[in-house]
Design a protein around this ligand. Structure first.
Ligand SMILES: [Zn+2]
Length: 381
């Protein structure tokens, strides 16, 4: 299959460097010996183990192997050296070298050759000849390292052969390529498989979440973020988990699970002040949205965490009183009493002196595991 014109081959040969080509073949390069006119090394064609049987003339770029049975025993040029070493056809080696060394040589028919190689690899893959398909796809990648079709073929083969480490490499390259081209839909397909197999790789999962964001797939994105937050929680990287939950809250303020998770982490970590601040904010939000029952629950939780928070108790009472706005003084007081705002943990004016410092957050005892929904009886004193 010598379809490439002689002049083109000559151009390619003229642009190649002996040492660089040997380095490219990467066979026992530590044995390379340069003595001005001739370069000698272990022969990469028959994979010599003992002597420097290969010699290449620097001026003519022709060489030969002194080992009789070697296919390179007769004289060869640098393209033949590569073709023989890598078991390629001459034209393939020409294209591969021109591509690898980015030679400014236009090779007619190179694209057609690549297409044929891909088609043949795909057929082999379809009929289950994995080894042969793998070799053909590799050859395409040697010429075009970012050929998506070949990378997808390789990924598929690695999946079938259960070659996890190699698969990861191909998947990451494909994701980068698709994302770089703005093809988020195709990137998502690869991400999905990757993330399913590597659920603790949060960096990649964040990439997937971002990809889903680009695709406007909000529900899946939130699910992904929750999964990431869980990984962080499992690793006890709570600040990172909190960061994810806060992002989730910004994305979907209506998701009730997220505020619970934030409070849950803060309480479990014994970060009472932050937990209370968070719950106060949530109570105010709920009250503003008309969810008085929800707000009341939050206020009660705060007061059970820290009964000394008279400011919170006052806000709680205020909310209850506002809700019965028109009633007379007695009616308002009744409402406040019924709400539990006053007698839940003592009246609003009850002293919050140092004697009350033995609250649950001091000992961080039962609350650590009980979470924010712990019954208020656990703090009665
Ligand atoms: Zn040889």
């Amino acid at each position: 299959m010598n379809a490439i014109p002689k002049e083109t081959v000559k151009e390619v040969l003229g642009a190649l460097d002996v040492r660089e080509v040997l380095d490219y073949l990467d066979y026992r390069t530590e044995t390379i010996q340069e003595s001005g006119k001739v370069v000698r090394c272990f022969c990469p064609i028959h994979k010599e183990q003992v002597f420097r049987t290969l010699s290449v003339d620097v001026a003519t770029r022709k060489g030969k192997c002194s080992y009789n049975p070697c296919p390179g025993h007769k004289s060869f040029d640098l393209i033949q050296l590569v073709a023989l070493s890598k078991n390629l056809e001459y034209d393939e080696a020409t294209v591969e070298l021109a591509q690898h060394f980015q030679l400014r040589v236009k090779i007619p028919g190179a694209e057609k050759m690549l297409r044929q190689r891909l088609d043949s690899a795909s057929s082999l893959l379809a009929e289950g000849s994995l080894e042969e398909a793998l070799e053909k796809f590799s050859r395409v990648l040697a010429i075009e390292p970012h050929n998506i079709e070949a990378l997808e073929g390789m990924a598929q083969i690695c999946e079938l052969k259960r070659l996890a480490p190699q698969l990861v490499g191909f998947q990451k390259t494909l994701i980068d390529l698709h994302t770089g081209r703005g093809d988020h839909a195709r990137a998502a397909l690869v991400y999905e498989k990757y993330v399913r197999a590597n659920p603790t790789d949060v960096e990649m999962r964040l990439g997937y979440a971002e990809c889903l964001h680009h695709l406007n797939r909000k529900v899946e994105m939130c699910g992904e973020l929750k999964g990431i937050a869980k990984v962080f929680r499992d690793r006890e990287e709570t600040d990172k988990a909190l960061e994810i939950y806060r992002r989730l809250r910004a994305v979907d303020p209506a998701d009730a699970e997220v505020p619970e998770a934030i409070v849950g982490i803060l309480v479990a970590e014994g970060r009472a002040d932050e937990a209370i601040e968070e719950m106060s904010r949530q109570a105010e939000e709920k009250a503003a949205a008309g969810d008085l029952e929800g707000a009341a629950t939050r206020y009660r939780q705060i007061l059970s965490l820290d009964p000394r928070r008279n400011d919170v108790r006052a806000a709680f009472i205020e909310m209850v009183l506002d809700s019965v706005g028109g009633a007379d003084e007695v009616g308002r007081a009744d409402a406040a009493a019924r709400s539990g705002a006053e007698d839940e943990v003592g009246g609003p004016m009850r002293s919050a002196g140092p004697m009350r410092s033995a609250g649950p957050m001091r000992s961080a005892g039962p609350m650590r595991s009980a979470g924010p929904m712990a019954p208020s009886s656990s703090v009665s004193d």
